[in-house]
Design a protein around this ligand. Structure first.
Ligand code: KDG
Length: 336
């Protein structure tokens, strides 16, 4: 008799929990926009996030993963989130500097030298602080994903020394740090949205661009680019954001589900991106691109050329943010 009572009580508890969960979630459709193709590290992570949210809400909250910049460029989607016309997006922190100048700190050339440093700083207090700077502007930052270390591609010549950059029409993200950096390096920097990049390369409107290996593969840049130079000149984060207008309509349980799914998707995306990147260079060579490493002496020359740009970043983001990032980096590197 007693066993039957215990089982009934346990069943009641499970039902009650399920009942609370179902009660917590209203049917919602979440439009989650992104700029890369569906079969990319970005697309796979958005779909992973969608599965986690649907699982946690018993299917009540449905996330529509909408890629290929179908909902617009990064900056257009940012405005849609601020206006409440779209619920979520993932995109480059570099394109957010018009909304939050502090985001420019992540564009600092050669800031991170390893992904361990990037994870520790981005997921630590100063990363949180920069992420939180979006909220008063109408966007809620959930987590950083990895776009990765950026490298140069072009159709003119292998970049073996700084002088080879002279006169190359190089597409850059719409962001002054990238514009100033590549002008300082001698290139003719041309800011364009990512959604226009493949066509600009194909029509020779620009000679080259810079992106992580993963994107060179997923966006098939090897079809329209001849040379790839490994420079690792900057580590690019992506950031997953939510419309504040929409976020404020959610209850605590719904917010917690999105935050938990975002953290799980961050860990999935970083693992997937690094796994893909480890194979990407071999794939790029197999696709016919000519690959060279920028010699260390030339990287040092690049760094010294960009010192001036770093000064402008410190004043743009605020000395306290700049110092906090440098301090966090020192902590990761020295343990103090
Ligand atoms: O939507 C595309 C963006 O995610 C962007 O970050 C991709 O790195 C990119 C670029 O070069 O625009």
């Amino acid at each position: 008799m007693r066993i039957k009572f215990v089982l009934t009580a346990a069943a009641a508890a499970i039902l009650a929990t399920t009942a609370v969960q179902a009660q917590d979630f209203k049917p919602r459709i979440v439009r989650f926009g992104y700029g890369l193709v569906d079969d990319s590290n970005q697309g796979r992570a958005v779909r992973y996030f969608a599965q986690e949210v649907e699982k946690a809400t018993g299917g009540k909250m449905k996330v529509r993963a909408i890629g290929n910049a179908s909902l617009g460029s990064d900056t257009q989607m940012q405005q849609a989130l601020i206006g409440g016309a779209q619920e979520m997006m993932v995109g480059s922190t570099a394109t957010l500097v018009g909304i939050s100048p502090a985001m420019a700190v992540w564009d600092t050339p050669f800031l991170f030298t390893t992904v361990k440093e990037a994870d520790a700083v981005l997921d630590g207090p100063v990363g949180e602080k920069v992420k939180a700077s979006l909220e008063p502007k109408g966007m809620v930052g959930l987590v950083y994903w990895e776009n990765g270390f950026r490298n140069l591609t072009n159709n003119k010549q292998p970049i073996t020394k700084l002088e080879d950059m002279n006169g190359i029409k190089l597409r850059v993200m719409q962001n002054n740090v990238f514009l100033d950096s590549f002008k300082a390096l001698g290139a003719n920097a041309v800011p364009l949205p990512f959604s226009e990049l493949f066509t600009a390369l194909e029509t020779r409107a620009v000679d080259g661009q810079e992106n992580p290996f993963n994107t060179v593969i997923s966006s098939k840049f090897y079809e329209v680019q001849k040379y790839l130079t490994v420079s690792n000149h900057v580590y690019s984060p992506w950031i997953v954001t939510v419309s504040k207008k929409w976020w404020d309509t959610l209850n605590a349980a719904e917010k917690q589900v999105l935050q938990d799914a975002a953290v799980k998707s961050r860990d999935f995306e970083r693992k997937d991106t690094r796994n893909e990147a480890s194979q990407a260079l071999a794939d790029i060579k197999a696709k016919g691109m000519q690959v060279n490493e920028l010699p260390a002496a030339e990287v040092d020359r690049m760094r010294s050329k960009l010192v001036e740009v770093n000064t402008s970043i410190a004043s743009a983001v605020g000395q306290d943010t700049w110092d906090a990032v440098q301090g966090a980096l020192k902590q990761v590197r020295t343990g103090q």
